[in-house]
Design a protein around this ligand. Structure first.
Ligand code: ARG
Length: 277
């Protein structure tokens, strides 16, 4: 029986641009707090309207990026491999995500020591394969060990552009054999790996990639993105998807958008190999 889509979010009560750990962030370009709250709430409502269950982890003062729950962990059935953040500014998030996951019934495993790992921001299933972004935030060797822990095939992809520092900023699986991506965020080898392993792979243009087109939340046939991605939306419609745009400008200032603000807890990405059981 298919499980209900279940998504983890964190209200942006303490969200703001308090440090700079990616090229999108500038403490001189603050987010508008009220607008951020409105935008976050709209995203949450859209996800609820798709029929998803949305759970919330409590916000914590001093952890402004806790809103980006995609980075908490990678969830695999009832197991979760916890993030080990590269930057110390985000390392304080780890115990909060751990407690929430444990309190809600997940078996939480540490990610391999000595390697940074930023959860579903850098590790995404497409079919039975875990696509794993490395170099900017997560380490390739760590990904391989996580693949062994979970018993899944890992295809590491080097991220070559600092603006696309997490895999979910430039790659988004839509179904077990279909995905969108921004080619220039990968080296030639990574582009070939993607083209060879994903039967239906669609490129996103640079101007829309810059609007975080690839940072989409997929719930069944619904694909939710930041506004400003009309070409991608037209393409998605032509392939039978139902794209929805919602403005997320205040989160783009921190280098994040729709997908970053969510963590899929029911492992839908792995539905292909789980046989929807
Ligand atoms: N400011 C956050 C960081 O640099 C943004 C995280 C975005 N998350 C994502 N899954 N891409 O870590």
């Amino acid at each position: 029986m298919p499980t209900l889509p279940h998504i983890l979010m964190c209200p942006p009560v303490h969200y703001g641009i308090e440090y700079e750990i990616n090229p999108w962030m500038s403490t001189a370009r603050q987010s508008n707090h009220k607008l951020a709250c409105v935008q976050w709430e709209s995203l949450r409502q859209i996800l609820l309207d798709t029929g998803a269950q949305v759970s919330e982890v409590s916000p914590v003062a001093g952890l402004p990026d806790l809103v980006f729950t995609a980075n908490a962990a990678i969830v695999f059935g009832q197991r979760a491999v916890l993030a080990r953040f590269k930057h110390e500014q985000r390392q304080g998030e780890e115990p909060h995500f751990r407690s929430w996951l444990e309190e809600h019934g997940w078996q939480v495993d540490e990610s391999p020591e000595d390697f940074s790992f930023e959860g579903a921001g850098d590790a995404l299933f497409c079919g039975d394969t875990l696509y794993a972004g490395y170099r900017q935030r997560s380490d390739a060797s760590g990904h391989q060990q996580i693949g062994e822990m979970l018993g899944v095939r890992v295809l590491p992809l080097e991220l070559v552009d600092a603006y696309y520092y997490h895999l979910d900023t430039c790659f988004c699986p839509l179904s077990p054999e279909e995905a969108i991506y921004f080619p220039a965020a990968f080296d030639d080898y990574g582009q070939r790996v993607l083209a060879k392993s994903i039967p239906k792979l669609h490129a996103v243009e640079e101007s829309e990639a810059r609007s975080f087109a690839c940072n989409a939340v997929v719930v069944g046939k619904t694909v939710v993105t930041n506004s400003g991605c009309p070409k991608l939306h037209a393409l998605l419609r032509s392939f039978g998807y139902d794209p929805i745009e919602t403005p997320l400008s205040e989160f783009v200032k921190a280098g994040g958008s729709a997908k970053c603000l969510t963590l899929r807890l029911d492992g839908e990405e792995a539905a292909g190999w789980k046989g929807q059981s």
